[in-house]
Ligand binder design. Structure first.
Ligand SMILES: [Zn+2]
Length: 129
């Protein structure tokens, strides 16, 4: 038997156990395991784990899972905030344009009014009063 092959002569693959009794322990298995024609070849690659590792590693893995879950939640919230920020920014730009147009309009009215006053002769102003 080829040492790199399993019982059904497929190329064996290196997998990793995530069971609570062997967390992170690597093993060789059939490359076709679970399919038609595959076999149940199994051989541990890593030596047996000590009891302390079996106690500590599952807790660390749960901690990593919780942290990743929180990270995904924060990333989703960040995407929502970015979308809202873009919407507020666009609204702010529209408001700026409205104020600019209003300012220019008022400036135009002011200039026209001032020029009318300048063109008005003193006699007309006295008649208005
Ligand atoms: Zn096999």
């Amino acid at each position: 038997m080829d040492p790199s092959s399993c019982y059904c002569s497929q190329l064996r693959t290196l997998g990793c156990s995530w069971t609570s009794s062997n967390p992170g322990r690597r093993f060789y298995g059939c490359g076709q395991y679970g399919t038609v024609g595959g076999c149940n070849y199994f051989l541990w690659f890593d030596p047996p784990m000590c009891e302390r590792s079996r106690q500590v590693i599952p807790g660390l893995l749960r901690s990593i899972d919780q942290t990743e879950s929180q990270l995904h939640q924060v990333q989703a919230e960040l995407r929502t905030v970015k979308t809202e920020l873009q919407r507020v920014d666009q609204r702010g730009k529209r408001i700026q344009k409205v104020f600019l147009v209003a300012f220019l309009f008022l400036l135009l009215i002011f200039k026209n009014g001032k020029s009318n006053i300048e063109n008005t002769n003193v006699g007309e102003v006295k008649q208005l009063l």
